[in-house]
Design a protein around this ligand. Structure first.
Ligand SMILES: *[C@@H]1O[C@H](CO)[C@@H](O)[C@H](O)[C@H]1NC(C)=O
Ligand SMILES: *[C@@H]1O[C@H](CO)[C@@H](O)[C@H](O)[C@H]1NC(C)=O
Ligand SMILES: *[C@@H]1O[C@H](CO)[C@@H](O)[C@H](O)[C@H]1NC(C)=O
Ligand SMILES: *[C@@H]1O[C@H](CO)[C@@H](O)[C@H](O)[C@H]1NC(C)=O
Length: 360
């Protein structure tokens, strides 16, 4: 544990306050003739993020660079029938953002705001480095995959190009997604994921509903697909349907208030180095958490061979993972996974739902 005290917190706060008051940035709002960015948003929602005056400029670089973008200012309609993919992606990439070949940057941040509406997409919305996607908090927007959607997930935080990721997974910082419904129910049950979230610190998913096809043995849909990364946070997520509510592997991860309804498996924990699950609600789900518990489903069978400690030692290669890329040998991976597994059991797991999670 990192030693921590109220005194240390006080000192930290004081330092922060002092640095704010001596900062050259204006702390007091100036009167300004800068207009809000969207006609649509200001009339359709009372949410402050949509309507507040944007009067600052980016800290580094071109003063005309826009931090705040409303997707409707870039042509997204939110009407549920027009394909809004290109418009949304142009709202994200405007201003020479950190994309393919960049790896990381702190000088081109973006808040991408989605007014109320249903945004139909046919390919991934790519979340460039240092982007926040904020849906209207008063009337939550839906991002809906079309029946012919192609790509790894509706929102992709780390695209693969020729088998390599755009960003280094442990260095994929400053991403937030909040206040959305992501709906892949129009896609065939055999395919589709809502979010590919391969991220590290300063990242969060909050207040999101994942709508997936419910039930079926050929159901391969997933709310979150996460191969790896280094830290992050989830809160207030609801997963409806799908084969896996979430298929995840990461380290130093904190998750709370997750609800799984009618998923085949709630959580497929592919691997972890420290993962806290707190306040998990599981309704009508065959397998709550794999492979951590040897859990029996309502028929009394053992849930799955992967639910046993022995099965856990198999690192599962997800079909969405590229074939290229560094992978430990199966033998190394067996050793690593065994270590991770014991480490998790000894120190790091927190269970709030005693009915559902049996420990070995
Ligand atoms: C207000 O608008 C005028 C004319 O477009 C411009 O010259 C001026 O810089 C603006 N002021 C602010 C504070 O943005
Ligand atoms: C339970 O979940 C399955 C899908 O896995 C769904 O078909 C069924 O309707 C659900 N039952 C209830 C009572 O919601
Ligand atoms: C948990 O998440 C749900 C759905 O987002 C939300 O309605 C509820 O207020 C949250 N509860 C707590 C205790 O945070
Ligand atoms: C993370 O996952 C990607 C995609 O599956 C893979 O290419 C990469 O090698 C993985 N990185 C680590 C450190 O395991």
């Amino acid at each position: 544990m990192v030693p921590f005290s109220a005194a240390a917190l006080f000192v930290t706060l004081r330092v922060l306050l002092l640095s704010v008051s001596t900062s050259p940035v204006e702390a007091v709002p100036m009167t300004s003739n800068v207009t809000t960015h969207s006609k649509v948003a200001s009339t359709s929602s009372s949410y402050w993020v949509a309507n507040i005056q944007r009067q600052g400029t980016v800290a580094f670089g071109d003063a005309s660079y826009k931090v705040f973008r409303n997707v409707q200012d870039y042509g997204a309609t939110g009407d549920g029938t027009t394909d809004d993919t290109a418009a949304i992606n142009s709202a994200i990439t405007d201003g020479n953002r950190c994309g393919l070949g960049c790896d990381s940057s702190t000088v081109t941040p973006a808040i991408v705001y989605f007014p109320p509406g249903t945004y139909l997409v046919s390919a991934p919305i790519i979340q460039s480095y240092y982007s926040q996607f904020i849906g209207d908090a008063v009337t939550i927007p839906t991002i809906k995959a079309s029946a012919s959607f192609t790509g790894i997930a509706v929102i992709d935080s780390d695209p693969y190009t020729k088998g390599a990721n755009w960003y280094t997974n442990q260095n994929n910082f400053y991403r937030q997604v909040r206040n959305f419904v992501i709906d892949i129910t129009s896609m065939p049950a055999t395919t589709g994921a809502c979010i590919h979230w391969q991220v590290a610190q300063a990242t969060s998913l909050q207040n999101i509903v994942f709508e997936m096809v419910q039930g079926g043995t050929d159901n391969h849909q997933e709310g979150i697909f996460m191969d790896n990364g280094s830290g992050g946070f989830y809160s207030d997520l609801v997963f409806n349907g799908g084969n896996y509510g979430m298929f995840v592997g990461n380290q130093q991860f904190t998750t709370r208030n997750l609800t799984f309804n009618n998923c085949n498996t709630a959580v497929y924990m592919n691997w972890n180095w420290v993962w806290n699950l707190k306040s998990i609600t599981v309704n009508n789900v065959s397998f709550p958490v794999l492979p951590f518990s040897s859990y029996s489903n309502s028929c009394g069978r053992e849930a799955d061979s992967r639910a046993s400690a022995r099965g856990w030692r198999k690192y599962v290669k997800h079909p969405n993972q590229p074939d290229r890329g560094l992978r430990p040998s199966p033998r190394q991976q067996v050793r690593r996974n065994a270590k991770r597994y014991h480490h998790s059991l000894q120190h790091d797991w927190q269970y709030s739902d005693h009915r559902q999670h049996a420990r070995h």
